[in-house]
Write a protein that binds this ligand. Structure first.
Ligand code: PEP
Ligand code: MN
Length: 250
């Protein structure tokens, strides 16, 4: 049985509902987040994503707005009544980030950053642990144990694809992890069809497959102008495409 994670009175993850989390790869500016907040609120979506600390492959590419980005979200969250999930990269940022973030995201590149896992394990906030890009399912579940053993059992696992020889897609979305984890653990399981495919046109079929497999939700990247996004524009939906995704999923 999946253990339900209560985010607030209205939001329960893992209760049999299909939760949609959406937002940009990275928080870029207030106008962008304002537009996205308004859209989510219109569509009844209750959790917004947006990276402030970005783990970029190239140290010279946009690294995110850091704490300033998180601070910007305080207003947006309040105005549109949203909860906010964002990645943390460094245990030293946790204390400051704790004031703004409702769900801590541990990214693929940090799935086995054991000191970071232990630190989020000491908090009382839900943690979404993304699958390492080269991690087996067992390694991923053991990484979750690092969080749980510190006392935090509010863990959500997120399948985001693994690296294989296939290079048409950015990653190979290993969707069989969903039923496997449902059997093996009692954590809610999400799917990230954006990083899982790297291609906008594959987000809808991947999301439908996730739902058919009884995933507890998806986390998808959206942007008001994906072609101008500072990161991951190729795998972000524009507003029209996102509205269509919601229609197709219900
Ligand atoms: C992200 O969600 O923006 C991200 C960096 O994902 P991942 O850690 O799965 O690559
Ligand atoms: Mn991204």
């Amino acid at each position: 049985m999946t253990k339900v994670i209560k985010i607030d009175e209205e939001i329960n993850i893992g209760d049999g509902s299909f939760t949609i989390i959406a937002g940009p790869c990275a928080i870029e500016n207030r106008e962008q987040m304002e537009k996205i907040g308004a859209l989510l609120s219109k569509l009844g979506i209750k959790i917004i994503r947006g990276g402030a600390f970005k783990p970029r492959t190239d140290p010279k590419s946009f690294q995110g707005l850091g704490l300033d980005g998180l601070k910007m979200m305080a207003e947006i969250k309040k105005k549109y009544n949203l909860k906010f999930i964002s990645e943390v990269l460094d245990p030293r940022d946790l204390e400051a980030a704790n004031d703004y973030i409702d769900i801590f995201q541990i990214g693929s590149r940090n799935m086995q950053n054991f000191s970071l896992l232990r630190e989020v394990g000491k908090t009382d906030k839900p943690v979404m642990l993304k699958r390492g890009m080269s991690a087996t399912i067992k390694e991923w579940v053991m990484a979750a144990e690092y969080i749980r053993l510190e006392g935090n059992e509010k863990i959500i696992l997120c399948e985001r694809g693994i690296r294989t020889f296939e290079d048409y897609t950015r990653n190979t979305l290993d969707l069989m992890s969903v039923p496997i984890l449902k059997e093996m653990t009692d954590y809610p399981v999400f799917v990230d069809p954006s990083h899982g495919t790297g291609r906008r046109e594959l987000i809808l079929p991947a999301a439908k497959a996730a739902k058919a497999l009884n995933a507890d939700g998806i986390m998808v990247e959206i942007h008001p102008e994906p072609e101008n996004a500072l990161s991951d524009g190729m795998q972000s939906l524009n507003f029209k495409e996102f509205e269509n995704l919601i229609k197709e999923l219900v």
